[in-house]
Design a protein around this ligand. Structure first.
Ligand SMILES: C[S@@+](CC[C@H](N)C(=O)[O-])C[C@H]1O[C@@H](n2cnc3c(N)ncnc32)[C@H](O)[C@@H]1O
Length: 134
């Protein structure tokens, strides 16, 4: 797997060009996988919608998005630090993806159990979506 990785590129999904404008950067990808990064980056619903417009620019037409995010979460904890999350639910997520030009192929809500007794998040559900860029 490591041998297949060609580069690690910083990404800011709040920017209209999330990968910046550096040369030698692939402009569009066949597949984007995002796990717990979009709601976590956004402070409000407008920013969340814009983030999807920005992310969509990185995907080729017919490219596939695999998106997993936590539902209804307002915060999560890493070590001593607490981070805020935008609480999102399925209808709003679906609408945001469709507005940004995605066709949702599969969507599944999953409930998860205890986090080994540690409180890492105030949520207990996540959503898995597979979508195609039109
Ligand atoms: C809850 S962590 C998830 C990390 C990892 N994807 C995982 O599932 O373990 C949230 C991640 O969102 C990233 N993030 C926060 N703001 C971002 C932004 N504006 N653009 C891209 N990623 C961002 C953070 O760097 C952090 O790695």
């Amino acid at each position: 797997m490591r041998q297949k990785i060609k580069a690690i590129i910083p990404c800011d999904i709040l920017q209209t060009e999330p990968l910046g404008t550096k040369p030698n950067c692939p402009l569009k990808f066949d597949l984007i996988v995002s796990h717990a990064c979009v709601a976590e980056a956004c402070r409000n619903q407008e920013e969340y919608q814009s983030a999807w417009y920005n992310i969509a620019t990185l995907l080729k037409c017919n490219g596939i998005l695999v998106y997993i995010d936590v539902l209804g979460e307002t915060k999560y904890i890493v070590g001593e630090a607490t981070f805020a999350t935008l609480p999102i639910e399925v209808p709003f997520i679906s609408k945001s993806l469709r507005n940004a030009g995605f066709e949702i192929l599969k969507s599944e809500e999953v409930r998860y159990g205890s986090q080994d007794g540690k409180i890492l998040s105030d949520a207990d559900r996540f959503l898995c979506i597979v979508a195609r860029k039109k």
